[in-house]
Design a protein around this ligand. Structure first.
Ligand code: HEC
Ligand code: HEC
Ligand code: HEC
Ligand code: HEC
Ligand code: HEC
Ligand code: HEC
Length: 661
């Protein structure tokens, strides 16, 4: 079934090979005494015994994603859920849908074929009969592949039986688009989540490639293993650009990454084992004690109590670098939190009806876990349903044509040029962009919801003051959730800070902290303007971002933007430490200085401001959240994304201070 069985099998295969070598050597040694004839193994796969067609994986991906939710057992159309069923399917007259060698006469081809290029002289119909949904109609390339596959004999791609364990292929891992057929709600929520975005993220791609380059490739799949667990399982290397990755790899933390995990690995730093196999062959693990539904045929499933634990999320939400630096600690922080003591898990706060607030399972809304085409809703049990949008403060930096959804034909045509598009393409593109914007707006609403449940701002200041008097403005930030620190996770990059501004009666700013420099950066030691002396450093800055701290070759410490050194040249030996911490070129000792606010804790500061002008002064205090600092994007070579960074104001306080002569 799985790799557990695979090891003994491998050992067995090794024994066979060893035995074969012995026989080979023995026969040749004997042969050598007569004639020196060596029979080489043939270079080609035998024609009849293992028929295969390299088009099959593409055809199967298409059929399982676009047809499988309707075309399955016990529904009123033919069953396409395996090669055997597809190839033997017949219409109501008993004629086969697929006639191997003859696509034009196969009704399967007839149903999906249509005039994709809107050519006047085409004899193909203007619309296909199948699939019913317009956005799912086959593209020119897909129709071509189906035609070629049938014309070449409609064969399966099958490796010889003795090839076991065989290499994994993309079709061994069902796509979220397959699940969408019967779980549209979970799919819609997940698809605009950061889990779906994990590998698409242009920041992730740029960051990962920067680190790969600076470590001379030695981190390999360290980064991609959590951001694309299936891609990593398929053997894609760490430096592969997104355009060259498989489609399932681009789904990032996709459904099966969480629902095909049979065993608990605890803090595994993203080393997961996802069971390969067809949807209807391998088990799906879920939260229900039993999910047998009378009269409905669907994938095998089993209850997994582990899926409801924080450890389950902690397999990825605790990131330790290969050198032992604890880069992310959401799970470790949770372990020591009041929430853990009260039994509130990640799922309670991140998968319930309100993002960021612990809501017990039995207060979740009722609904159906599946909507199966052809099956009336009442046939399925009522369940306490979850929310799969996994809202956090992060959001997509991609254009609305790329995320959450993209249409198949957009990979075959340059959709940026409207002149090249057929009316069908134009209308589906417009519909797609509307749909994407709506989905992103829904995700945004949840993002603001989780942030609004994170912290409160408390400010006290005098209402009156005298000219030249030094007043005190006291600001406290209180975390109002018990689950982990604020910020958590990607904390060396997430910024949560306080800005305090005072304006005189003429509207001139007379005091500022937490304001931004010309590059949009906070005025701290990472700001280019501060480092070059163009802007003074912000001495009062209250920023809860964590910072990477590296030991310099002189023995002092310095806050750095990236966890690797700029300089790849190896150090000479006359230096403080001899270890190789993350990449060559930096002495040992690399750590994170934690600035984040622990669960339910407060952090505060008192600002002393001298007011010189008489009249009303305006005080503006804000608590901000920003997913990434602009200088990080400069460091990883993605400055074009800076304009998309959003400064979210979590809380605001305004007051007037009357200054008397
Ligand atoms: C939303 C559900 C749905 C989807 C998705 C769908 N079909 Fe169908 N299909 C049907 C139904 C229902 C029928 C029976 C229609 C009828 O008898 O008029 C059917 C009929 C057919 C038939 C005629 C033979 C038969 O089974 O009755 C073929 C061939 C076919 N579909 C191919 C496809 C292909 C190929 C895809 C995917 C590219 C696809 N369908 C996607 C619902 C669907
Ligand atoms: C043909 C329809 C269909 C497809 C396709 C499908 N499911 Fe399901 N799934 C169901 C039905 C029906 C249930 C049972 C619902 C219930 O018990 O309330 C279910 C239940 C589940 C459960 C809960 C299982 C449990 O025991 O707790 C999970 C998790 C799940 N599906 C995940 C997936 C994933 C992931 C995919 C894609 C790889 C997928 N499903 C594809 C129909 C489908
Ligand atoms: C008591 C509720 C609660 C619990 C329990 C909880 N969280 Fe959160 N989580 C929040 C809130 C509120 C935020 C938004 C504030 C923030 O970003 O830190 C958040 C934010 C996050 C973020 C985004 C952090 C960032 O700033 O980028 C991640 C990742 C996260 N949680 C993961 C987890 C994981 C994993 C667990 C379990 C180990 C967990 N959370 C448990 C409430 C909770
Ligand atoms: C990051 C992990 C993760 C991903 C990705 C994920 N799920 Fe889930 N899913 C869970 C967890 C955890 C639960 C159970 C939560 C609980 O009950 O507290 C769950 C529950 C479910 C359930 C049963 C409860 C319900 O709401 O109906 C279904 C069905 C399901 N998931 C389907 C899917 C599908 C389909 C996808 C992909 C589109 C998906 N899941 C992606 C973690 C995940
Ligand atoms: C396979 C690894 C993996 C597992 C398992 C996993 N996550 Fe994640 N999660 C990620 C990655 C990677 C990201 C960041 C994606 C990105 O933005 O590039 C993420 C992002 C998130 C975010 C959004 C953070 C933000 O800044 O917006 C939340 C919330 C979250 N996960 C919660 C959970 C919860 C709850 C679970 C358990 C049910 C879970 N995750 C399980 C890998 C995982
Ligand atoms: C053990 C799992 C794991 C590993 C390994 C990992 N990450 Fe992540 N990554 C996560 C999780 C979980 C989050 C979400 C945390 C949050 O939002 O606060 C995340 C978030 C991110 C983000 C922010 C989201 C975004 O897309 O903008 C970036 C960028 C990122 N990781 C880059 C990297 C790089 C580069 C590496 C390699 C050095 C790496 N990650 C290794 C789990 C991992």
């Amino acid at each position: 079934m799985t790799q557990r069985g695979a090891l003994p099998r491998m050992a067995w295969a090794a024994t066979i090979i060893a035995a074969a070598v012995v026989v080979f050597v023995a026969t040749n040694w004997r042969a050598g005494s007569h004639t020196a004839r060596v029979i080489a193994a043939p270079h080609v796969v035998a024609a009849v015994e293992h028929p295969f067609d390299p088009d099959w994986p593409e055809v199967w991906t298409l059929v399982s994603q676009k047809c499988g939710s309707c075309h399955r057992a016990k529904n009123d159309c033919s069953d396409f859920t395996s090669y055997e069923l597809l190839i033997t399917a017949v219409d109501e007259r008993g004629d086969r849908l697929i006639l191997p060698g003859n696509a034009e006469s196969s009704s399967f081809f007839e149903q999906v074929n249509w005039n994709v290029h809107a050519r006047r002289d085409s004899i193909a119909p203007d619309q296909p009969t199948m699939p019913p949904e317009q956005s799912e109609w086959l593209t020119a390339g897909q129709i071509f592949t189906i035609r070629r596959w049938i014309d070449h004999g409609a064969l399966e791609y099958k490796l010889p039986d003795q090839c076991s364990p065989r290499p994994l292929m993309e079709i061994d891992f069902p796509s979220a688009k397959v699940c969408k057929g019967c779980h549209p709600r979970q799919y819609e929520q997940w698809s605009s989540s950061m889990h779906a975005y994990a590998q698409h993220s242009p920041v992730f791609e740029a960051f990962n490639l920067t680190l790969i380059e600076r470590t001379s490739g030695t981190i390999d799949t360290f980064c991609s293993r959590c951001h694309t667990p299936v891609g990593t399982t398929l053997g894609e290397n760490g430096s592969l650009r997104n355009v060259h990755r498989s489609r399932i790899s681009m789904e990032g933390v996709t459904c099966i990454v969480c629902h095909r995990r049979e065993d608990a690995r605890y803090k595994s730093n993203g080393r997961l084992r996802i069971t390969p196999g067809d949807l209807n062959e391998e088990c799906i693990y879920g939260p229900f004690e039993s999910s047998h539904v009378e009269g409905v045929d669907f994938h095998p499933s089993e209850s997994s109590p582990y899926i409801k634990t924080s450890q389950f999320c902690g397999e990825c939400h605790d990131v330790t670098s290969p050198a032992g630096v604890r880069l992310e600690e959401a799970f470790s922080e949770w372990l020591n939190s009041p929430a853990a003591r009260q039994g509130a898990t990640c799922q309670h706060c991140h998968m319930g009806p309100v993002q960021g607030i612990a809501i017990p399972d039995n207060h979740r809304p009722w609904g159906r876990s599946a909507e199966v085409p052809g099956v009336p809703a009442e046939h399925l049990p009522l369940r306490r349903i979850t929310d799969h949008s996994f809202a956090g403060p992060d959001y997509s930096l991609l254009p609305d044509t790329e995320f959450p959804h993209k249409l198949d034909w957009m990979y075959e045509v340059d959709y940026r040029n409207p002149a090249l598009l057929t009316p069908h393409q134009q209308s589906t593109l417009t519909a797609l962009r509307h749909k994407n914007r709506e989905a992103l707006a829904r995700a945004d609403a949840k993002r603001f919801e989780v942030l609004s449940n994170a912290a409160r701002l408390y400010v006290s200041q005098p209402n009156r003051a005298k000219c030249g008097e030094r007043i005190k403005i006291a600001v406290d930030v209180k975390s109002i959730f018990s689950g982990h620190n604020l910020p958590t996770g990607f904390t060396a990059e997430r910024q949560v800070w306080v800005s305090v501004e005072v304006f005189d009666p003429q509207g001139r700013r007379v005091f500022a902290t937490g304001d931004l420099d010309d590059n949009g950066d906070l005025r701290d030691s990472h700001s280019h303007d501060v480092l070059t002396g163009a802007t003074p450093a912000d001495r009062h800055l209250m920023n809860f971002q964590n910072k990477f701290i590296s030991l310099t070759t002189r023995g002092t410490e310095r806050s750095v933007v990236l966890p690797v050194n700029r300089d790849l040249a190896p150090l000479s030996l006359f230096r403080p430490a001899a270890g190789i911490p993350i990449s060559f070129g930096r002495p040992f000792s690399f750590r994170i200085a934690k600035g984040s606010i622990p669960p339910l804790a407060s952090r505060g500061k008192t600002y002393h401001v001298t007011l010189h002008a008489a009249g009303p002064h305006r005080l503006l205090v804000r608590l901000h959240f920003r997913n990434l600092p602009p200088n990080l994007l400069d460091h990883i070579g993605a400055p074009h994304l800076k304009q998309l960074l959003e400064d979210v104001v979590i809380a605001e306080h305004q007051a007037m201070i009357q200054v008397d002569r």
